[in-house]
Design a protein around this ligand. Structure first.
Ligand code: BGC
Length: 751
């Protein structure tokens, strides 16, 4: 059915529905499905959680047995691959798995910004950077929706912590809201039109997002042209009628009879326009009809092994090599006689975090077993658990581990955050590994020079207590069901590590920009760091992190040369092409993530020292060079000016920085950009005399309108005087400058 016909059908159904039926459609039928109206052939559709796998919730109506869906690496892992194609492939695989079990909408991706490393759901989110989060989630949505399955872009917006998530008000200034917290959502909506957007639990600047008209209607629909449906997070509705008016369509879970009744009463009493209800019902029907039309009726070709292999590939591209002194890694399987594998997590890895995203994997690759497969009978592999499951002291475990370690050529020590530490519903209290694991790392690395640490966690852990003595460190993340195989691949160089950090790892938690404003108090959390989230802050404050944003090593090395700009001067209607040559200078094939940042010099409003505006992941054979091209457009140079309520581009110099991480810039060049945007003057009576004098037109007006003597006095005033607001001239001139003159000046400036 084409769109026009479908729209006609929707209008017909809306006309035929009773008021009660319309209201009933506005909440779900169960935990994970929408209502059917059988008399009018409106079916029910199924939704199910993601993001890193299709969850078969026990409360859902899906009856496909267990172990039919793949547990991919979680978002914080997969983002570290910086590989859009890979994320799209995973999206496709998820879409197929949804089709296979009759899920119409996957409740993913989660794209909230990592404001603090402590957020319990960081493992479900992509990055501290909005450009990267937006690009990767757009790829995810594209992949899933290519299979005729909808997505739910969540949690809209500013659900950046779990503490008090259902009541807290995120207090965010307009500029960071636009540039940091909404920017990724905007990209995905504009580029991919997700079928649904899920509002968050929290309030935004005092209003629940579930009834935030500016957010759900003004911004999402009127500015970004969102065409889909807004669904509530599960039980996020506060005032149902206010929510509906503000743009919240579907309440989940359902049935929510009391709220449905409130809708009926509100229409009857005239409090709610019938047309508002019709609009919402129309959107719900549109989703249901589209989902039904695209459904393959629970039949889809699923190759579970192929999906497992994809999960392995994804995990291996996500692992980040953080340290590798004396090239301890990769291990040479032909030159090793014994390897000690220490740590319970080698046998019982955490595949994922806790909460609504938990997936039952089709099978699990155990790291220890995968290492043994590679060892075959080429070298010996011994194992010691090293630490008990709970954080208890156990000297026995340590002694046994030390003995096992001493006898081996190399020790591979698996540590990480115990199960239950990272979860939806609560935040972490600190960034530390359990004490018994820290002691174990310290002791083993003291006695064994060849110690490799492998971390199993969804968001950063403190390393300052042990990193110094550790020669090699791999960030293994929550790598999903095939993570064990991926770790073995990396350890033995079957895959060259190519992941890079998508969030800064601070040396101390206190260094994090949100620290003094987290988790808030009295129902509010102030986003006091403004724009300075993640690396934007560490750069501005010149704080050396443990590991910076964009950082990650490889078993080979890359050289950058010949950065060139297509033009040194452009105006904002033109695109800029930036090219750089990257050469693999080592003796192994490898992948490099080439990052492009822009530094806007002398902007009128404060701007972070650098911001990621593009990236590419390339593969290079030993000795091979490739030219990497980036295209930048107007939006990449602009920022949001709250005083004008719009994105603006300023004329000026912009440094183009290309590098291997945010702190390893290998090449730079300066662009002069001329803005063609007509920026109306915003000089007012409260603008300083200095601002008036700096603007040519304003200076002329001052001369024309003020008495000659006062005009001259203004020009030669001291710096302190010039900093005063214009209106103060009335008093300081002892009446020579009148209020009428000031009014006239302001009016003239606005013409
Ligand atoms: C979570 C959502 C999830 C929903 C349904 C909520 O608690 O915040 O991310 O999609 O439950 O399980």
């Amino acid at each position: 059915m084409n769109e026009k016909k479908e729209q006609k059908k929707i209008s017909q159904i809306v006309d035929e529905l009773t008021l009660e039926e319309k209201a009933s459609l506005c909440s779900g039928d169960s935990w994970m499905s929408t209502k059917a109206i059988s008399r009018l052939n409106v079916p029910s559709i199924n939704v199910s959680d993601g993001p890193h796998g299709v969850r078969i919730d026990e409360k859902s109506k899906i009856e496909k047995g267990d172990k039919v869906t793949t547990c991919f690496p979680t978002a914080s892992a997969i983002a570290s691959s910086w590989n859009k194609n890979l994320v799209r492939e995973i999206g496709k695989a998820l879409g197929k798995e949804c089709q296979n079990i009759g899920v119409h909408v996957l409740l993913a991706p989660g794209i909230n910004i990592k404001r603090t490393p402590l957020c319990g759901r960081n493992f479900e989110y992509y990055s501290e950077d909005p450009y990267l989060s937006g690009k990767l989630s757009a790829a995810y949505v594209k992949g899933v929706q290519s299979q005729g399955v909808g997505t739910s872009l969540k949690h809209f917006a500013c659900n950046n912590q779990e503490t008090d998530r259902m009541i807290v008000s995120a207090e965010v200034e307009e500029r960071p809201l636009r540039e940091i917290y909404l920017s990724g959502f905007k990209r995905v909506v504009k580029e991919e039109q997700p079928w649904t957007v899920m509002c968050s639990y929290n309030k935004l600047n005092g209003t629940y997002t579930s009834e935030h008209h500016d957010l759900l209607t003004e911004v999402l629909r009127n500015e970004w042209d969102f065409e889909g449906l807004v669904v509530s997070d599960w039980a996020a509705v506060n005032d149902r009628v206010a929510g509906l008016e503000a743009g919240l369509d579907l309440e989940m879970p359902g049935p929510s009879e009391a709220n449905d009744r409130k809708i009926v009463e509100a229409v009857k009493s005239g409090k709610l326009e019938g047309s508002a209800l019709n609009r919402t019902v129309g959107r719900i029907l549109k989703l249901v009809l589209k989902a039904t039309r695209c459904s393959r009726g629970g039949e889809s070709e699923i190759d579970a092994e192929a999906h497992h292999d994809l999960a392995r590939k994804a995990a291996s591209e996500s692992i980040v090599l953080l340290k590798n002194e004396n090239e301890l890694l990769p291990l040479d399987e032909t030159d090793l006689s014994s390897l000690a594998v220490i740590g319970r997590m080698a046998k019982n890895p955490n595949l994922q975090g806790g909460g609504s995203s938990e997936v039952d994997p089709t099978k699990v690759d155990v790291p220890l077993e995968e290492i043994k497969k590679i060892a075959d009978d080429k070298f010996q592999v011994s194992f010691a658990p090293g630490y008990p499951i709970a954080d208890r002291k156990s000297e026995d475990s340590v002694e046994e581990a030390l003995k096992t370690a001493e006898k081996a050529d190399v020790v591979v020590l698996f540590v990480g955050l115990p199960n239950g530490i990272e979860s939806e519903g609560y935040d972490r209290h600190h960034m530390k590994l359990p004490e018994n694991q820290v002691r174990l790392i310290q002791k083993i690395s003291e006695v064994h020079p060849n110690t490799v640490i492998i971390l199993n966690n969804g968001s950063p852990v403190s390393m300052d207590a042990w990193i110094e003595n550790v020669p090699s460190l791999l960030e293994g993340w929550l790598a999903g069901q095939a993570g064990g195989g991926a770790i073995a691949d990396i350890l033995f160089g079957k895959v060259n590590p190519s992941g890079k950090l998508v969030e800064t790892v601070p040396t101390a938690l206190e260094d994090n920009p949100s620290h003094i404003n987290f988790p808030g108090e009295n129902g509010k959390v102030l986003y006091g760091e403004g724009l300075f989230v993640g690396y934007r802050y560490y750069d501005e404050k010149n704080i050396e992190p443990q590991f910076p944003f964009g950082y990650g090593l490889s078993y080979t090395s890359f050289d950058y040369s010949g950065l060139s700009l297509s033009k040194k001067k452009i105006d904002d209607t033109e695109d800029l092409t930036v090219s750089v040559k990257v050469t693999n200078t080592g003796d192994r094939a490898g992948k490099e993530i080439v990052q492009l940042y822009v530094d806007h010099k002398n902007a009128k409003l404060v701007r972070p020292p650098k911001e990621l505006k593009s990236f590419k992941k390339i593969t290079l054979n030993p000795g091979e060079s490739k030219t990497v091209d980036f295209t930048l457009g107007r939006q990449d140079f602009s920022y949001y000016d709250p005083s004008r309520e719009k994105w603006i581009v300023e004329t000026g110099d912009y440094d183009i920085l290309v590098g291997s991480s945010s702190r390893d810039i290998r090449a730079r060049s300066t662009l002069y950009l001329k803005s063609t945007q007509k920026l109306e003057k915003t000089l007012t009576e409260n603008s300083s005399l200095k601002e008036w004098l700096e603007d040519n037109r304003a200076r002329k007006l001052l001369k024309q309108i003020l008495p000659e003597e006062e005009g001259e006095r203004s020009e030669s005033a001291s710096e302190g005087m010039k900093n005063l607001p214009l209106k103060k001239l009335t008093m300081l001139s002892q009446g020579k400058v009148t209020e009428e003159m000031i009014e006239k000046l302001v009016e003239a400036m606005q013409k």
